[in-house]
Design a protein around this ligand. Structure first.
Ligand code: NOJ
Length: 540
């Protein structure tokens, strides 16, 4: 595989969630050696790069997005030697590897925060975080009305009376990015991992680092990945102008390294033109396209989002990204099994309405084939190549997502999409590890989705993904240009180079243009016609 400077522009990047990918030692928790051992599977699937969610030392109050040491590996996942082996082996197989960087907040167990708690008010230790006195005569009310994304106030009070800001869990204090010491520290962390050979960083909450200095009140709650209101000024904690100079500085650091190292923004920012400001030529390389992930299964809206995304990114010379699933949302094989237009769910429990699993999988396969036919770069989430659904009946006592507790049990949260993967149908823990342990329970249906039941089986979801990735590469779809042929209530059809992509969203079968030769189809055709909820790639 060529290792060019611009590899990311058309790359398919596969997200590995280390806790749940593969467990090498049988403790029920995935780990780095487990990932390294399964890299040949990813190579065979045909992806270009791996994005690893956090594996750093952490008390794991937010599954590792609460980092206690940015330069280490949590013993649950291995050690630095294992990280080095993983990087080397990925490169050996021609895969790029990007890691997660969590700059908005540290863990409350980070040495800086421990020092801040024991230091007095006004100290340099506290100046690394956002500490304020409270309101009211005795300072017993929080400094303002901001709410945590996980529910409840975004402020927590220390015994000496001062409050600190945490836009996420109480164990995730927000850093003060107006402090030069914080900026210098993160440049050093970037260099630490760049020197070890990583190909880039997915930047967590990239739109949140700078807060409005006046701490203007803002009572609305923000949801994970929830887009900001497209109209009006941004909320005082999100998408502030000051974030951009941070990424310009980081970009200049990355540009000192060879091989095309990249920054990817996780920024919940709307509209697309505003998000595109994060991927201007001197800032990041890519930003996740959450409006696309959130789009309903309706052709006009989907087409509109595709057009807006391409136009906004083209305007700044960036590549457009596409994504359908990740570790924060209900898996798309399940989302699409609910009635069209249903509002985004924040977790599903046994008492909630259950999805139509067969319809969900059928539409998920069609949605994926549509996505992989688009020009740009695509992100896949581990297990989607198996057609894995969400665990929608997990008993609540197993839930670990802080959103479940902090929301007062109104949001079930994200555990259902984080269940350890099934590799072998007939092995303990479905082959996740050598024992029968898995940190979240795997549903009994996992056997039918196991990788060993799908590899080499014509028509399986795994084989569909593998064929799509190979065809995408051989026809250069990632670097192509989209030309619409049809967008109406029933179908979307576009050309990308020499490939025609058609998705039928209606109920009646749709004809392919005369003379079309089918390359790939998400389900068998019906007498040469494209049935409902099916995508076809064809050549004319
Ligand atoms: C976004 C991450 O994807 C999510 O999992 C995490 O909880 C928040 N950022 C806070 O770090």
């Amino acid at each position: 595989m060529p290792r060019t400077e611009h590899w990311w522009r058309d790359a398919v990047i596969y997200q590995v969630y280390p806790r749940s990918f593969a467990d090498s030692d049988g403790d029920g928790m995935g780990d780095l050696p487990g990932i390294t051992g399964r890299l040949p599977y990813l190579r065979e699937l045909g992806i270009d790069a791996v994005w690893l969610s956090p594996f750093y030392p952490s008390p794991q109050h937010d599954a590792g997005y609460d980092v206690a040491d940015y330069r280490g590996v949590d013993p649950r996942f291995g050690d630095l030697g294992d990280a080095d082996k993983l990087i080397t082996e990925a490169h050996h197989l021609g895969l790029k590897l990007i890691v997660d960087l969590v700059p908005n907040h540290t863990s409350s167990e980070h040495e800086w925060f421990r020092a801040a708690v024991s230091a007095p008010k006004g100290s340099p230790e506290r100046a690394r975080y956002i500490f304020h006195d409270g309101k009211g005569p005795d300072g017993s009310e929080p400094p303002n009305s901001w709410q945590s994304v996980f529910g409840g106030s975004a402020w927590e009070r220390l015994p000496d009376g001062q409050w600190y800001l945490h836009l996420f869990d109480v164990t995730q204090p927000d850093l003060n990015w107006d402090n030069p010491e914080v900026r210098a520290e993160f440049v050093d962390i970037l260099r630490f991992w760049l020197d070890r050979g990583v190909d880039g960083f997915r930047v967590d909450v990239a739109h949140g680092l700078i807060k409005d200095k006046d701490l203007t009140d803002w009572t609305s709650t923000s949801q994970i990945l929830g887009g900001l209101e497209p109209a009006g000024p941004p909320p005082p904690m999100w998408d502030q102008e000051g974030v951009h100079e941070i990424y310009q500085q980081w970009r200049s650091v990355l540009d000192e390294y060879d091989g095309g190292r990249i920054l990817v923004a996780e920024a919940w920012v709307q509209p697309a033109s505003r998000l595109a400001r994060y991927v201007r030529p001197d800032e990041m390389h890519q930003a996740f396209n959450f409006p696309y992930l959130d789009a309903p299964w309706t052709p006009p809206r989907l087409a509109e989002i595709i057009d807006e995304s391409l136009a906004a990114n083209d305007a700044v010379g960036a590549t457009t990204t596409w994504v359908l699933s990740n570790h924060d949302v209900v898996r798309h094989a399940t989302r699409l099994g609910y009635p069209v237009g249903q509002a985004r769910m924040h977790g599903i429990g046994a008492e909630d309405p259950q999805p139509d699993t067969a319809l969900g999988l059928r539409r998920a396969r069609a949605a994926t084939l549509l996505m992989l036919g688009l020009p740009g770069s695509a992100y896949l989430y581990q297990g989607e190549e198996l057609g894995l659904p969400e665990h929608t009946t997990m008993p609540d006592e197993f839930r670990e997502d802080p959103a479940w507790e902090r929301s007062g049990h109104t949001e079930r949260g994200r555990d259902g999409c984080r269940v350890p993967l099934p590799w072998e149908a007939d092995a303990p823990s479905y082959g996740f590890g050598p024992s029968d342990r898995s940190w979240l329970p795997q549903p009994p249906v996992w056997a039918e989705y196991a990788a060993d039941r799908q590899q080499g089986v014509p028509g399986s979801t795994w084989e569909l993904y593998r064929a799509a990735l190979a065809t995408r590469r051989s026809h250069h779809l990632g670097g192509g240009t989209l030309v619409w042929e049809r967008k109406d209530e029933n179908a979307l059809m576009f050309r990308n180079g020499d490939v025609l992509v058609l998705t039928n969203f209606g109920v009646e079968a749709v004809e392919l243009p005369a003379g079309a030769t089918v390359l790939l189809s998400s389900e068998p055709l019906d007498d040469g016609r494209v049935p409902a909820d099916v995508t076809v790639w064809a050549m004319l």
